[in-house]
Write a protein that binds this ligand. Sequence first.
Ligand code: HEM
Ligand SMILES: *[C@@H]1O[C@H](CO)[C@@H](O)[C@H](O)[C@H]1NC(C)=O
Ligand SMILES: *[C@@H]1O[C@H](CO)[C@@H](O)[C@H](O)[C@H]1NC(C)=O
Ligand SMILES: CC(=O)N[C@H]1CO[C@H](CO)[C@@H](O)[C@@H]1O
Length: 330
Amino acid sequence: MTALKMTISGFVFLQILLFLLSSFAPPTNAQGLKVGFYDKKCPKAELIVKKSVLDAMKNDPTLGAPLLRMFFHDCFVRGCEGSVLLELKNKKDEKNAIPNLSLRGFEIIDNAKAALEKECPGVVSCSDVLALVARDAVVALNGPSWGVETGRRDGRVTNINEARSNLPSPFDNITSLVTQFKAKGLDKKDLVVLSGGHTVGNGHCPLITNRLYNFTGKGDSDPNLDTEYAAALRKKCKPTDTTTALEMDPGSFKTFDESYFKLVSQRRGLFQSDAALLDSQETKSYVLKQKNSYGSSFFKDFGVSMVKMGRIGVLTGQLGEVRKKCRMVN
Ligand code: HEM
Ligand SMILES: *[C@@H]1O[C@H](CO)[C@@H](O)[C@H](O)[C@H]1NC(C)=O
Ligand SMILES: *[C@@H]1O[C@H](CO)[C@@H](O)[C@H](O)[C@H]1NC(C)=O
Ligand SMILES: CC(=O)N[C@H]1CO[C@H](CO)[C@@H](O)[C@@H]1O
């Protein structure tokens, strides 16, 4: 009898504790997100987006990489609320910030959005289009698929300085990368997993000239860069070259696979920020575990971390708006 009483009072205590905990937990708008948010409101939404991506990539498969990167840039600046798409007359928008360098594929977002507006006007946000496009681009590059949470609404602000201060730089060290990801609610595992996005696409010479020439002022190259690879890169990038594109994952730049981790483990990551993943125990051990496709968990991990990244600073419910055109606020 007393045992039963104890159990009941223990149960009630637990309930009260849970209630208190839940009422003190910080409100996260991400609770308004769910997979299949448009299933009833616009059943064809995901199909329409997928078609736009596939049509565009059929003509130009290299669009997959910048479309994936676009979502990362959107989420890290003000959250995943479509600010990366906005254009200001004075050009002081995120698009014109230095880190954008080579963002492209905005017309694919416009096409998808136009098709969505025809099907169900005013329903599907531009920020959700970015999230869906990122997944569809990865799938089209033979990478993993994942259930994309939707239900985001669009922000009304874009600011060139916020892109400068919120996007990690290719020159960043591990401490700085970890801190910047942490500030967005992402941990070391997310950092190393999402860096795997560099299995596709290009970087440009000026981002690595420092690694190739006079790294410490003694006419040397970055000791964290494989010497043979450095020599090959010097052939492509003369010291003053500002335009040449470099495959981040040579030979498989159009295929989303785990070869990025193999390269990083061989000290052939393109940027200092890629090489830096060998400088913390946790990220290093992940890199070493993924470098062989056999037993790699990268595909599964990537979907999990992309969903997590997609929750950064979202606007849901009555917040923000659903833009009619992605380049401007309503
Ligand atoms: C960890 C911090 C990161 C840094 C410092 C970084 C930096 C960069 C830089 C400098 C470029 C080359 C831009 C150019 O020269 O045109 C690039 C390209 C790219 N990044 Fe990242 N990135 C990071 C994380 C990510 C994440 C999280 C993703 C996506 C999950 C991503 C996806 C890409 C893709 C796909 C490209 C190729 C774009 C193209 O081919 O146009 N990056 N990144
Ligand atoms: C990493 O970078 C930060 C910011 O640039 C700098 O303050 C710090 O000294 C660097 N840490 C190491 C270990 O180099
Ligand atoms: C390398 O850097 C050192 C120190 O900054 C400088 O004195 C020297 O002129 C540089 N060499 C070249 C080839 O740029
Ligand atoms: C796509 C895009 O808008 N790129 C811009 C990036 O920023 C530079 C200036 O730093 C602009 O010239 C580009 O047009």
